[in-house]
Ligand binder design. Structure first.
Ligand code: NAD
Length: 490
């Protein structure tokens, strides 16, 4: 059994899609593992009018278990509900009373986690009232969890952060980036800093380029109105891709703690070159999908304006101006309606300076580059591509793969990202959350691309559903005499 953690949770937006689909099932997993046991309580709050019993029934249903599941019954008995408009000050008094009652019932030591699963426009208001109405006035810890998006540019993110900082210190704020809760993202650190073989080559002398691809097969589904105001650059690059890139680019932290890891990620992001207009135009490509077989064009999707210039695809080249990475580009790609759903990192090493096997009499194909591929999802694992001798007479070489994949049993036991992240919030471990500094450097970089795009009229649509994006994304990397490691029709 895991160590039991003690806390009250207040979920704002407690009847929303995220809460029912991800948050409560993840908490139930923690309950089954013993991280949550007797000493926890949950208040769900939103505008909807529900009794405690109705809320408990909804939560029970969200767990996807048999009606007779006794664990689930005990788990939901810790849940209560308060209908609440977050802009109404008086309701925080009701909430406080309820919080104090649960604190007593379950002996929660005044520990409180405020989970804001709401539109970001409410974050500042809620944080302010939590403080002024005394909900944070306890002997235990007070932590606030914030969902994405954290702003839509640097200025709005800063305003949001200023509003939150009036009530909470940086170490009390947990900004969710659910990619950081993924097993294989955390494995980047293990593979890099746990292996001399890897880390000693992890620089511009031996690595030719690094490629990060977050590919989605689906389109916008029912999130169109949100997505049309965001786009791939804001929705995926500013947060998830920048987080992955900073883990790949950072120096070894002094220790494996949130403070030291964040410090190195921030240092890496500070050396990321912020592009001028010409560089942004050359080094970034945007796309929007058109119609395909049985698939509408993005502009014909429900709730998308017919003249939308929103980006459903981004590819770009990132350059770090530091000793480790100068001259080694990081190429990134993400988009909707692509060939498949997967996330992967391909680390392409330089070829041997001299290829002694390819001489005219030998007819050997030139040596290929070694590639370390980290598969993040859907299947977690690694492949290391090496050159080896082809079996048999003569001396030919061929690339072979050393593979490791997490097997089905371990995969099933892998915690869901939200399960891991909620657990980290209870422990007070900020390693897998975005710090304000990381967020702000990422916005500064992304804002510059956005600014340039806003000046130019794109030629949309420019890619077909089921492809890997527009031709310009291939040209971006081919211009540097390189290729995407993952590509269709190899
Ligand atoms: P949702 O629209 O399904 O739910 C919103 C919740 O907020 C509802 O419970 C609603 O009653 C409540 N609410 C709205 N206005 C309120 C008010 N004035 N007072 C009190 N309650 C109010 O949204 P969601 O999909 O659950 O997303 C919640 C947050 O999480 C958003 O910030 C979203 O960007 C973020 N997010 C969601 C997902 C997802 O998969 N759904 C993924 C990543 C991030």
């Amino acid at each position: 059994m895991a160590t039991e953690r003690t806390s009250l949770f207040i979920f704002f937006g407690g009847t929303g899609d995220l809460a029912y689909r991800k948050l409560y099932p993840s908490m139930f997993n923690l309950y089954k593992k013993g991280t949550l046991r007797e000493h926890f309580g949950v208040i769900g709050t939103s505008r909807e009018k529900l009794t405690d019993q109705q809320f408990q029934e909804n939560v029970f249903k969200s767990l996807g278990v048999a009606k007779t599941d006794k664990d689930a019954e005990k788990f939901v008995s810790h849940f209560v509900y308060e209908a609440h408009d977050v802009t109404d000050k008086a309701h925080y008094q009701v909430l406080k009373k309820r919080a104090d009652e649960l604190d007593k019932t379950y002996k929660l030591n005044g520990n409180r986690i405020f989970y804001l699963s709401l539109a970001p426009s409410f974050f500042g208001t809620v944080a302010g009232f939590l403080k002024t109405e005394g909900l944070t006035d306890t002997d235990g810890f007070d932590r606030v969890v914030i969902e994405k998006p954290f702003g839509r540019d640097f200025d709005s993110a800063q305003q949001l952060n200023d509003a939150l900082s009036k009530s909470f210190d940086e170490e009390q704020i947990f900004r969710i980036d659910h990619y950081l809760g993924k097993e294989m993202i955390q494995n980047i650190e293990a593979v890099r800093f746990g292996n001399t073989l890897v880390e000693s080559l992890w620089n511009n002398r031996y690595i030719d380029n690094i490629q990060v691809t977050l590919s989605e097969k689906l389109g916008v589904e029912e999130r169109a109105s949100y997505y049309d105001n965001s786009g791939a650059l804001r929705d995926m690059v500013q947060n998830h891709i920048m987080q992955i890139v900073s883990l790949l680019a950072m120096e070894q932290p002094v220790s494996f703690t949130d403070v030291d890891i964040r410090a190195e990620k921030v240092k890496a992001l500070r050396s990321l070159r912020v592009y001028n207009v010409a560089e942004a135009s050359t080094n970034f490509v945007r796309g929007q999908y058109g119609a395909g077989d049985n698939q509408r064009a993005y502009r014909d999707e429900d709730n998308v304006p017919h003249d939308s210039n929103n980006d459903t695809f981004v590819a770009g080249k990132l350059l770090f101006d530091n000793y480790r990475w100068s001259g080694t580009p990081f190429y990134i790609r993400t988009g909707k309606m692509l060939a498949d759903k997967f996330t992967r990192v391909d680390v392409v090493f330089k070829k041997p300076l001299i290829d002694i096997f390819s001489f005219p009499q030998n007819h050997n194909a030139p040596l290929e580059a070694n590639v370390l591929t980290m598969y993040i999802e859907p299947h977690a694992g690694f492949t290391l591509r090496l050159n080896a001798k082809t079996n048999g007479q003569g001396f030919q070489t061929e690339p072979i793969n050393l593979d490791y994949f997490v097997d089905a049993k371990d995969s099933k036991a892998t915690p869901e990202p939200y399960e891991r992240l909620i657990h980290d919030v209870m422990k007070g471990d900020g390693t897998n959350f975005s710090s304000w500094q990381e967020v702000s450097y990422a916005w500064r970089f992304v804002d510059q691309i956005r600014k340039v795009w806003d000046l130019q009229q794109p030629q949309f649509p420019n890619y077909t559903p089921g492809s890997m994006g527009p031709a310009a994304a291939d040209e971006l990397i081919q211009r540097d005499h390189r290729q995407w490691v993952y590509r269709l029709n190899k």
